[in-house]
Design a binder for this molecule. Structure first.
Ligand code: FES
Length: 78
C-alpha cells in the first residue's frame, strides 16, 4: 500500500473553517474554545468573541453545541 502524502495545500482544502455565525464570522472552533473556557450561554460566546448578535440565526446552533458539550462532560463524569 502506498503512503498518502498530504501537502499543506491539500490539507488546507480539507480543513475549511466552518462558520457558526456568518454575521460576525465566528468559526466553530472559536465557539468551542469559548465553551471550553466556560461559556454556558450564547451571549457569553458572543462576549468571548468580542461580538454581538445581529440576526441571531446562529443562537440555536450555539445552544446545541453548549448542550452537547455539557452532555459529553456529564457522560465522562459517570
Ligand atoms: S448568524 Fe450570528 S448573528 Fe447572524
Amino acid at each position: 500500500m502506498r503512503p498518502v502524502v498530504l501537502s499543506r495545500v491539500v490539507l488546507s482544502q480539507w480543513v475549511r473553517p466552518v462558520y457558526v455565525c456568518n454575521c460576525n464570522g465566528i468559526r466553530e472552533r472559536e465557539v468551542r474554545a469559548a465553551i471550553d473556557a466556560g461559556a454556558v450561554r450564547p451571549k457569553q460566546v458572543f462576549d468571548r468573541c468580542n461580538a454581538a448578535p445581529q440576526c441571531a440565526k446562529c443562537v440555536c446552533d450555539m445552544r446545541r453545541m453548549i448542550q452537547e458539550s455539557e452532555e459529553a462532560l456529564r457522560f465522562a463524569a459517570e
